[in-house]
Design a binder for this molecule. Structure first.
Ligand code: MN
Length: 350
């Protein structure tokens, strides 16, 4: 990414133990420590242990919304930490009720979700070979290219060469991760639009909402907000101002599962298209996001729930199922996943 190169990932996993013997799991994972956002794995753990967990002790675990309201009233920010807690509480509740988490969230409309793959080596031939391998495996046919580190003309040549090699049966998108100036963006997007690229993700700094609107007005290719979207209030502001065509919904960036649902509702009311984003979570966070996205009627741009596929270690007893370009949304009670506790213990950071 334009913000960081990652060789390892720290997952923050939360386990909530309830008096009735039911446990729930949640995850808060960030990209590149503090490179991407203002929470780090270490800050999330400290803030949960020190400030959030004590608020929950003694509360009735069956009333998840009340518990989250208490936390949200007392704790500012900390969206990732709140998301992990809400996920764990809702996982426990859905297990208690014997239903998949999706059914606590309004109900799933789909059992599988399209999953994009990221090509980020920066080497054109290597990226083409990787995409062809994914197509042959029937794992991905949507590819997102991470650009923004190099001069715009170099990035454009790289993207268009890949598009040309892979043809019209695949969807090619770019994620600039805020790296461009508005002048860069005007030049870059014009070339990408002409070359048949489907989606331009967060070309400008997250704060530059006016600039994003100018790009959305100027170009017909879809412009998507990612880093600019921190939950329902941002979604509402962007929806009323016509800032972008697409929202990348992320459960952690939204501050939880229910706020992520609200982002989805605002988008659907405003005619904004949806894309299911990731913070490169492991299997727990990915399953949680899949349950949320399965409830979206509109999911035109699919998802990027490939986090577990990037990791070399599996922490579930049974891995999530990726098949025929799709991620299957788990359908057992709760998140529908079972943690391998021994594996987890072995991977735990000292
Ligand atoms: Mn992004």
């Amino acid at each position: 990414m334009s913000v960081a190169t990652m060789h390892a990932q720290t997952l923050v996993l939360v386990r909530v133990a309830c008096d009735d013997g039911i446990e729930g799991w949640g995850e808060a994972t960030t990209i590149g420590g503090l490179n991407y956002g203002d929470e780090s794995p270490e800050s999330i753990k400290v803030n949960i242990d020190t400030h959030i967990a004590p608020l929950l002790v003694g509360m009735d675990a069956r009333y998840v919304a009340k518990a989250m309201a208490k936390i949200r009233k007392v704790i500012q920010g900390n969206r990732f930490a709140k998301c992990a807690i809400e996920t764990a509480l809702m996982d426990a509740q859905a297990r208690r009720l014997g239903i998949p988490l999706s059914e606590l969230l309004g109900g799933r409309l789909r059992d599988e979700l399209p999953v994009a793959w990221t090509l980020a080596s920066g080497d054109t031939l290597k990226d083409i070979a990787e995409a062809e391998k994914m197509l042959a495996l029937r794992r991905h046919r949507i590819f997102k290219l991470k650009i923004g580190l190099r001069p715009v003309t170099d990035d454009i040549a790289h993207v268009l060469a890949i598009k040309k090699a892979l043809g019209d049966d695949v969807s090619i998108r770019v994620d600039v991760n805020q790296a461009w100036s508005e002048l860069d963006a005007v030049v870059g997007i014009a070339a990408l639009e002409a070359g048949g690229i489907d989606l331009i993700e967060q070309p400008l700094r997250a704060e530059n909402m006016a600039g994003m609107k100018r790009l959305t007005d100027r170009f017909s290719v879809a412009i998507m907000a990612d880093e600019a979207l921190h939950g329902p209030l941002d979604a509402f502001a962007m929806a009323t101002q016509g800032t972008v065509d697409v929202f990348a919904v992320k459960i952690t960036q939204s501050g939880g599962l229910i706020p992520a649902l609200r982002v989805g509702s605002i988008a659907q009311l405003a005619g904004i298209s949806l894309y299911g984003g990731t913070m490169l979570e492991g299997s727990v966070g990915t399953a949680a996001a899949a349950h949320v996205f399965s409830t979206f009627g509109e999911l035109r741009f699919g998802t990027e729930l490939f986090g577990p596929l990037l990791l070399t270690e599996e922490i579930l007893v049974e891995p999530l199922v990726y098949k025929d370009f799709m991620l299957q949304v788990p359908n057992k009670p709760g998140l529908g996943v079972e943690i391998d506790r021994q594996k987890l213990q072995a991977l735990r950071r000292k």
